[in-house]
Design a protein around this ligand. Structure first.
Ligand SMILES: *Cc1c(COP(=O)(O)O)cnc(C)c1O
Length: 430
């Protein structure tokens, strides 16, 4: 075997083993179920199926048509909507599709600021810049970590953006779309919800329901709180055929050619699993986030929004200025096997030296951890960051905690097999 192949395989195995030992707290990450994972390495991976089911540009797509129809039906049922498109290959690509469909160069588009939790899609150096739209920033309520409704209303009436994006990557609380609905209608704006982070919570009935609250279109990743493959999705409950036509044309040929059929098949499995287990899973994810927030707060961590229960989602924001700043703290935690990320918080001026870290509970919940384990995680973080616990001691504690959680829950294979981080289904490593 070529040396490069061995190096890459070995690195992949080391990577997997590291995560197998780790406490994974990245809010945007999750684990794929065995049935979904199996389809990722199927022959579907080798194929193209441009177009829509029954209207393909390539031959050989009969089963792909069936898979895509199944996936669309599952998506429409899970999100109770008339339209789904599962061709965007990621959340960012889904956002590009919406911008291609509904915006034009120079158009003002409403969004939150990056420092208040918006995704880089809204940045000049991201999708907004690519489409040359002009961000109109909403007003932010730092106490409550959501939009300031009266001030945002004033901004919307003054600037009249025809497209208004609601969605965050630091997504603690539902956004007040229902409250702003009248204003959106008054200025004739289309509401657009980016559910990348909270798709699984929405499907589980644990967060807001943007398609019922005034958003005409929803874009998302399918691998964050929805524990699916890395992919994207577009949803709408609009009965306007021209809107649906624009979204479909933007998905293909606008922003994709191949739509990653293996991931689409895996997504169908994940949607079916979420229909069966999503409510229980979402409830456990949010309960764990609140429990972790409380346990950290009791140990002196500056967890944001203490008066509001810290979060209504899977995510916590912690200001770690006292502990050395977001960059240093995230690195020290990673060294002992607690994986998180540094994160901008409101008031941060330097994107390179943010004062926060972001923590999320989707992955640890999927492995069966509950409120007791959230307290344990807080104790371990407290030992490292407040009590001068040595890295070796803290790492041993974190690994001991993780060893008790090796079974994937909330999927059809639950309880059948321990979850292996390095498992090529049907092709075990030598
Ligand atoms: C993660 C994220 C995206 C991008 O998703 P990818 O699938 O990584 O491209 C888009 N929007 C928001 C709000 C996100 O958090």
């Amino acid at each position: 075997m070529a040396a490069a192949v061995e190096r890459v395989r070995a690195a992949t195995r080391r990577h997997s083993e590291r995560f197998e030992r780790a406490i994974p707290l990245i809010a945007s990450e999750n684990l794929l179920s065995p049935y979904a994972k199996e389809l990722l390495i199927s022959d579907l991976h080798s194929r193209y199926a441009e177009g829509l089911p029954g209207e393909r540009y390539y031959e050989g797509n009969e089963e792909v048509d069936l898979i895509e129809r199944e996936c669309l039906e599952l998506a429409r049922a899970l999100f109770r909507c008339r339209f789904a498109d599962v061709r965007p290959i990621s959340g960012t690509v889904a956002n590009l599709a919406v911008l291609k469909a509904l915006a034009e160069a120079g158009m003002p588009v409403g969004t939150a600021r990056l420092a208040n939790g918006a995704h880089i899609s809204s940045a000049g150096f991201g999708a907004f810049g690519l489409r040359s739209v002009r961000p109109v920033y909403y007003a932010w309520d730092e106490e409550r970590m959501t939009l300031d409704v009266p001030a945002t209303r004033r901004i919307l009436k003054e600037q009249r953006p025809p497209l208004c994006l609601f969605g965050l990557s630091l997504f603690l609380f539902p956004l007040p779309i229902a409250e702003l609905r009248d204003t959106l209608e008054e200025i004739g704006a289309v509401g657009w919800y980016d559910a990348a982070h909270v798709l699984g919570l929405i499907a589980g009935g644990l967060f807001q329901d943007p398609l019922r609250e005034g958003c005409a279109v929803l874009s998302a990743s399918t691998h964050k709180t929805l524990p699916g493959p890395q992919h994207g999705i577009l949803l709408s409950d609009s009965d306007r055929p021209e809107l649906v036509g624009k979204l479909q044309g933007a998905a293909f040929p606008g922003v994709t050619s191949n739509h990653h059929l293996h991931a689409m098949a895996a997504l169908a499995v994940s949607l079916a699993e979420h229909r069966a287990f999503g409510h229980d899973y979402a409830r456990a994810v949010v309960a764990n986030a609140r429990a972790l927030g409380q346990a950290l707060y009791e140990r002196g961590f500056d967890v944001l929004a203490p008066d509001l229960g810290f979060t209504a989602s899977h995510t916590l924001a912690v200001r770690v200025t006292r502990e050395g700043g977001g960059e240093a703290v995230a690195r020290r935690l990673a060294e002992v096997g607690i994986v998180s990320n540094k994160n901008l918080l409101p008031g941060d001026t330097s994107p390179k030296h943010p004062q926060g870290i972001r923590l999320g509970t989707p992955e640890v919940t999927r492995l069966g951890m509950g409120p007791k384990e959230m307290v344990r995680i807080a104790e371990i973080m407290d030992l490292l960051l407040h009590r001068e616990g040595t890295a070796d001691r803290v790492r041993a504690d974190a690994e001991a905690l993780k060893r008790g959680f090796t079974t994937l829950r909330y999927c059809f294979a639950a309880g059948e097999a321990a979850y292996r981080y390095y498992d090529l289904v049907g092709h075990p490593p030598p």
